[in-house]
Design a protein around this ligand. Sequence first.
Ligand SMILES: NC(=O)CCC(=O)C(=O)O
Length: 264
Amino acid sequence: MRASLIQIAVNEDEPVEERRLRAAALVREQAGADLVVLPELWTTGAFAFEDFYPAAEPLRGPTYEVMAKAASDAGVWLHAGSVPERGPDGRLYNTSLLLSPSGDLVASYRKIHRFGFDKGEAVLMGAGHEPVTVRLPETVLGVATCYDLRFPELFRSLVDDGAETLVVPAGWPERRRAHWTLLAQARAVENQAFVLACGTAGTHAGVPQAGHSIVVDPWGEVLAEAGADEEVLTVEFDPAKAARTREQFPALKDRVLGLEPPRR
Ligand SMILES: NC(=O)CCC(=O)C(=O)O
């Protein structure tokens, strides 16, 4: 299986409409890949909080339209990253779009864990509640977004639903790059799954982005890692390795569920 992670630069001097067209051209260039992944909130930037409302769009809005065409032109499964979605309830959500090679919207995922504590995304956007998996011909994807990477229980629920390849679009800042790499490897090892983690490059709202998109295999080996700048990271992997790893080293079968909290 071939996957291309488009680590696009998100700088505020580029208008959203131009970046959308540039991203679509990059997707088209990946014809021949099985899966293409874009990062989190790449139209605005994950830290450009003031742009969330003005740039918000419905699920089938301009990003969906441009990306659906790009996916079908390239004939690829496309995780189109996330957009600031204006939901039917009027709230904003950080929502990922999953498109088939014919451009159909096969799934969407509203980020469950919002980043910012009492600021930014955490107050501007509503929380998603539903973990999402998507069956591709080669593997089952489990999707999560950026800050979700810090919450292993979400990934376990994806694995319980059959996920073998975990896709994590992000807008991770440079100042916590060490966490990004470590957490991507941890989620791969503990879940015996591939992790495809696609970040952004550039600087927006004064926050330099880490880049360093990374692909980790179910044994924790880093198969590929990008640098800090805009780059397309392409990797070939055998998705069946997740099942083989789970069979040969069956640690997931030793889970003990429903532990009580310690008694004092
Ligand atoms: N956009 C995000 O979710 C940022 C997450 C982050 O910076 C962190 O977890 O650290």
